[in-house]
Ligand binder design. Structure first.
Ligand code: ATP
Ligand code: MG
Length: 388
């Protein structure tokens, strides 16, 4: 009798030729998150991935594996061979593990006979095992329509017995869907945007803009901490950091005050595009959500996009703030995001920012400053951190 966990991978996305590629990526993520914990073989068997684990570290293993995208369900199983007595023992043992046992009054056995050579058909096998449970455990009854609990028995090369299907995030394994550069501020939204794109398989790097010494080192530390939390889901992440103080000063001195936000946003995009191109990254990602603040109007988005040629993904665009906050809490970035350190955008913050910028006026203002020169100059301040 061995302890394993089974990982169910998404059926639709993983069909066809890509399946192997996705599964191997997933396995490499499992190895990464389990570093430092005892675990045995990791292997595939008829549609699921299995990891041999120690009973003592089971909870920790599950907590870590839960953060891997591409996994839909996790089940702690007992694995035995196809011997009837061993299967019976496994069934009785798995019932001992159930939390809140006194709340469970009814059950149903569900057998999945993937190995068609196994002599007993699924319904009959379920009945047999149901009888074993009834005979050995007091206070449990069968309910085939609405049971409190299912006892699953998967008959493959090995036999797997389990009762629990723990929901994970789903999505696609990180690294199976290209690379994106996340514009990471210290706020609530951008970490959530990074999380959602990583969940679709995008490998994430981050870039943060600061105005040191007007913004503090602690503010930068906060952003690194956010990147660290994200990296629990994404794996190690590269973070770039760029000082845009000179740009902001120049805009402040030579452009209309109400255009500060949109002009700095265009500079952020230009710098991010350069960093992306140099590092073989194909898209930018932001935490913008339509109408959330003055600068997040369709007009602003149009004017922002016009500054670069690289696609910009905005996974939060149609989400309400309450929903974004719910996700931030769930992924545990919220508490860090709300720490009150200053952000570069609050510097020179216009009292009445333009909400419907027109590209021709914005471009006219940019004639007053040396855009290319300022971008190049800012890039000289680029620092790179590897976050794990
Ligand atoms: P967030 O909660 O992510 O800070 P926000 O609601 O404050 O977003 P804005 O300040 O308009 O909105 O920023 C919109 C997006 O622009 C952010 O989600 C982020 O992707 C990017 N951004 C803003 N400031 C910075 C910064 N200092 N460094 C990197 N990216 C930034
Ligand atoms: Mg912000």
């Amino acid at each position: 009798m061995d302890r394993v966990i089974s990982l169910s991978v998404g059926e639709i996305a993983l069909k066809g030729k890509n399946r192997k590629y996705f599964e191997n990526k997933l396995i490499s993520h499992v190895k990464r998150v389990l570093q430092g914990l005892p675990f045995g073989k990791i292997y595939k068997e008829q549609g699921k991935i299995y990891v041999e684990v120690d009973e003592d570290s089971l909870n920790e293993v599950i907590n870590r594996v839960k953060k891997i995208f591409g996994i839909y369900y996790i089940s702690p199983c007992i694995r035995v061979d196809k011997d009837m007595d061993h299967i019976k023992e496994a069934v009785l043992k798995i019932l001992e593990d159930i939390k809140d046992r006194d709340k469970v009054k009814t059950f149903k056995v569900k057998t999945n006979r993937a190995d068609k050579k196994f002599p007993i058909k699924s319904p009959e096998f379920s009945r047999k095992m149901g009888a074993v449970i009834l005979k050995n455990i007091e206070g449990l009854n069968v309910d085939v329509n609405n049971p409190d609990m299912y006892v699953y028995i998967d008959i493959k090369q090995n036999v797997y017995v389990y009762t629990d299907k723990i929901k994970a995030y789903g999505g696609l394994p990180v690294g199976t869907n290209g690379k994106g550069l996340l514009l990471l501020s210290g706020g609530i939204d951008s970490p959530v945007a990074g999380f959602l794109m990583a969940k679709r398989g995008v490998e994430i790097s981050a870039i943060h803009f600061h105005s040191y010494p007007f913004t503090s080192e602690r503010a930068e530390e906060k952003v690194k901490n956010l990147a660290k939390i994200l990296s629990l889901y994404t794996g190690k992440m590269r973070m770039y950091s760029v000082n845009i103080l000179d740009i902001q000063k120049e805009i402040n001195a030579k452009c209309p005050e109400d255009q500060m936000t949109i002009l700095s946003r265009r500079f952020m995009m230009r710098i991010a595009e350069k960093v992306a191109r140099e590092n073989d990254i194909d898209v930018l990602i932001t935490g913008e959500s339509l109408g959330q603040v003055a600068s997040q109007t369709v007009e602003s988005i149009a004017v922002t996009n016009a500054s670069v040629n690289i696609p910009i993904l905005r996974p939060l665009i149609g989400m309400d703030k309450v929903h974004i906050i719910d996700i931030a809490k769930e992924i545990e970035t919220y508490e860090t995001s709300i720490l009150p350190y200053e952000d570069c955008c609050t510097l020179f913050l216009p009292k009445h920012p333009v909400t419907r910028p027109k590209l021709k006026y914005i471009e006219k203002s940019e004639k007053n400053i040396d855009v290319e020169g300022l971008v190049e100059k800012a890039l000289e301040s680029l620092s790179v951190y590897d976050i794990e």
